[in-house]
Design a protein around this ligand. Structure first.
Ligand code: PLP
Length: 374
């Protein structure tokens, strides 16, 4: 049996509806800048209760556009070291310098105290990442601090479609929320991204920047790129959005199966989701005991049982060769991230995971842990 770590889901009726829409796109000849992008944007804004949603080619573009809005000019942007490299990369693309902050061991998100320590006169703002789909529980504290210091707060919501804290959606706490629709994500448009905001100027700028910086009169008024989401991608995204609540319910159900199955497995500690949160469960991370080697365990799971493991994230950004060579970051800079992430393993989580799969994964895990403990 092969159980993939992540897998996009399209029901039969969804495939039929998408194919109908793609036929309409192709026969209309309007492959970009048409009604599907507009509808997807309108529905995504409505879903998140924000004024504006601007569709772009990927989350990294949404991040760069948001950063460019604040005009970095070499200033620093604080990013958690525990994120995908796209987050700090976007700061460099936008002309700033990424400065890493430590991770909170309980949430895998940014350590807010370390973030505060890293703020200097050169800091322009911060990007918070809702790791695995849990809204950073200190987001209100972060926002208040940023407001007091005149810093921007961007939310990297690549994992957090529909995730909520106190009934409020991820991406609506800061200046903008940046989503990814990459195939592994909670919902997909094949490739794609979305920027949501209540800031009219930022939304207008985003529309301009995604089209090489051209305004509606086709004059280049700022620096931009080709960051367009095409009509076929928007059609796919629109249908996925219609199913997002169903996807989220299923992901939460799978997580609850894992929670009961793994409650008493020696060597595994579960992460807690506070009461007032809705997790999007992009990933299901668990923490392994120090005596267990995550890489070996992952290898055994895959090779012996066909269970594909994942991680969020190893290595942390500051230990990627590019960042070490360019910014001089090194082993020992962020001891919490370095130590904890070595022990964090993600179990398969997507719409297609069944209760039987979870039971099988439990048996596989117990067997691999026993083998490693010999
Ligand atoms: C936390 C995080 N930020 C940004 C990205 C980049 O997303 P995209 O590939 O849509 O640019 C990803 C994608 O995996 C991610 O996980």
């Amino acid at each position: 049996m092969d159980i993939f770590g992540s897998l996009p889901y399209f029901s039969e009726s969804s495939v039929d509806n998408i194919l109908k829409d793609i036929r309409l796109v192709l026969t209309s000849g309007r492959l970009i800048d048409g009604p599907y992008v507009q509808e997807f944007e309108r529905k995504f804004a409505e879903y998140n209760h924000v004024k504006y949603a601007v569709a772009v080619s990927c989350c990294t573009a949404a991040l760069e556009i948001s950063l460019r809005h604040f005009g970095l000019n070499g200033r620093e942007v604080i990013v958690p070291t525990n994120t995908f490299i796209a987050t700090p990369n976007s700061v460099i693309f936008a002309g700033g310098k990424p400065v890493f902050a430590e991770m909170n061991a309980d949430t895998l998100s940014i350590d807010v105290d370390d973030f505060k320590r890293k703020v200097t006169s050169k800091t322009a703002g911060v990007i918070v990442v809702h790791i695995a789909g849990l809204v950073c529980p200190q987001i209100n504290e972060l926002k208040q601090f940023c407001d007091e210091k005149g810093l921007f707060l961007l939310e990297d919501c690549a994992h957090a479609h529909g995730a909520m804290m106190d009934g409020r959606k991820a991406g609506t706490f800061g200046d903008s929320g940046c989503f990814s629709f990459y195939p592994t994500k909670v919902m997909t448009s094949c490739e794609g991204g979305m920027l949501i905001t209540n800031n009219e100027q930022l939304a207008e700028e985003a529309r301009c920047r995604r089209s090489y910086g051209q305004n509606v009169e086709k004059r280049a008024v700022m620096l931009g790129n080709n960051w367009v989401l095409n009509e076929m991608e928007a059609a796919v995204g629109k249908h996925q959005l219609e199913n997002l609540e169903v996807f989220l319910n299923k992901r939460n159900e799978v997580a609850s199966w894992y929670e009961s199955a793994l409650a008493n497995v020696e060597g595994i500690t579960l992460f807690k989701t506070p009461e007032n949160f809705r997790h999007s469960y992009y990933k299901y991370p668990v923490k392994l005991a120090d005596r267990l080697d995550r890489v070996k365990l992952g290898y055994l799971l895959k090779e012996k049982f066909g269970v594909e493991p994942g991680h969020v994230y190893y290595p942390p950004c500051h230990l990627h060769p590019f960042y070490m060579e360019t910014f001089g970051t090194k082993e020992g800079d962020f001891p919490v991230a370095e130590q904890v992430l070595k022990q964090v393993l993600c179990l398969p989580l997507h719409y297609g995971v069944t209760k039987e799969n979870v039971e099988y994964i439990l048996d596989a895990l117990v067997s691999c842990i026993e083998e490693l403990s010999l």
